[in-house]
Design a protein around this ligand. Sequence first.
Ligand code: GDP
Length: 424
Amino acid sequence: MVKAVVGACWGDEGKGKITDMLAADADIVVRFQGGANAGHTIVNEYGKFALHLLPSGSFNANVTNLIGNGVALDIPQLVSEIADVTAKGVPTPNIAVSERSQVLMPYHRLFDTYEEERLSSRQFGSTKSGIAPFFSDKFSKIGFQVWELFEEDRLKEKIENVLEVKNLILEHVYHKPLLDAGELYDTCKQYAEMVRPYVVDSTKLIHDAIKSGKTILLEGQLGSLKDPDFGIYPMTTSSSTLAGYGAIGAGIPPYEIKEIITVVKAYSSAVGAGAFVSELFGSEAEELRRRGGDGGEYGATTGRPRRVGWFDCVASRYGCRVQGTTAVAFTVLDVLGYLDEIPVCVGYEIDGEITRDFPTTGRLERAKPVLKTLPGWKQDIRGIKSYDQLPENCRKYIEFIEKELEVPITIVSNGPAREDIILK
Ligand code: GDP
């Protein structure tokens, strides 16, 4: 049985929490795309953690946590995250790294930084974790799969070949110091030793797990609107954020992905630049940001203040649709308890016309939100364990959004902790 936990919007929907919760019944949790450029926040009996690369099953001793071939593998980051969780008393997690995943090189971060510098005011607002240069290299076929770290002669030769072109760009485009092949080779040898204990044939691992009826959880990073094909291109990430990509990034037959649990947050938030139709500004935004998430809406990896806004039905319905959602986990609902009335965005006005369909980026940037106001519930709903006990207006808010999303909401999250969950 394969389930995916993915995001409907810009990320930060609370996927980490939902994955951590579902990991209790999973045998394998797989990261299948992205890299260490975003974080999942998890609060459990060991404390509060911001995971960037480690799968969210890492707190569960019975779970194998696989870094799939679709991930940008930052080896020092992986090792430091493992050290960090164990230092806080978590039993050593069971980690596996696909031998086909590719290695994020130190120069990927450099190129990310230099390119943003070159773009200056036109920059993408990259986290500078090297993700865009990494995926460019992967598809230009000058990336390094993990197994290559262990084949010394060809590694040496390939490093020389790759640095030839990298150094031309460093010299003539960015006017920066050149890279040294010997130094990079030594770094790669260190990487090889760091990753060696975890390397597996993930195709076989997954195949055997499916054959023996194990439960596999695919853990997505970011959300639909950051997908390079279906998101707000080019203000997207560089690898697909969709559950369907789990088939590729984890090596799973597409028809085995039976459940797609899309995490949708009760209001909107986004990190980085790009169109955000229902965005709030000024004191309204300040208040939602301060009360939002668990201790405020600030990025788990970057600490950057997140942009916040009202719930966007147009974006979220589209986000669920492109994921192929079978059920929605509706999160961070407790935060809205302070509002007398809660506006939600039910349509976009673009060039004088109102639409419910999510447009391409140019039209999206011209869209103005059409708002509908729902009554608030003015109550702290943390601690409530059953759907019936939620205040009536809170249930009405959930049911309104469920209708707009056109997929059932089956999980409601009313607090950051593992037990703050209501099954509907
Ligand atoms: P992810 O990347 O999708 O896992 O999301 P992040 O971890 O970046 O952001 C979600 C934030 O919301 C974290 O600080 C979580 O601890 C917090 N969170 C998750 N679910 C809830 C919830 O139901 N209520 C509240 N108040 N916070 C939540």
